[in-house]
Design a protein around this ligand. Structure first.
Ligand code: ZN
Length: 136
């Protein structure tokens, strides 16, 4: 697979508002985008750290996968996202190597990027997202 960089780290939080004082006030990062992704039932907040972003994920509904994650494991790092030139090619390659896929085809994620997830069963327990390279 041709990974160019870590696109973002996804961090599950109960409240984005409660986390802003830390990320902005202590770390000095600037939240440049807050966006609700309806089909994933999450509100997302983005910070840039060099080429990599931090994506805070706040559940907007109790049946959101993020709500379930927080219930089971508590707040914390939820997934790692790698940038690849083609999400479909990367998925096909992963599938051909026996990796269990959550998404068989890319779908739209936050920031208009094409994304797809690999199942943690096949990725040493880290939920792994592949997303298209983009400069947003
Ligand atoms: Zn993500």
């Amino acid at each position: 697979m041709e990974i160019t960089h870590i696109e973002h780290l996804g961090i599950a939080v109960k409240s984005i508002d409660a986390c802003l004082p830390y990320y902005e006030g202590v770390l000095g990062l600037k939240c440049y985008n807050i966006e609700v992704v309806e089909d994933q039932k999450v509100k997302t907040a983005f910070f840039k750290v060099g080429q990599t972003k931090i994506e805070l994920l706040e559940p907007t509904s109790e049946d959101s996968t993020i709500a379930k994650f927080i219930e089971k494991k508590g707040e914390g790092i939820h997934h790692i996202a790698f940038a690849v030139p083609s999400v479909q090619d990367a998925l096909d390659e992963a599938a051909s190597k026996g990796v269990q896929l959550i998404d068989k085809a890319p779908r739209g994620g936050a920031e208009g990027l094409n994304i797809a997830f690999l199942h943690p069963k096949s990725t040493c327990s880290v939920l792994t997202e592949l997303c298209m390279e983009g400069d947003k």
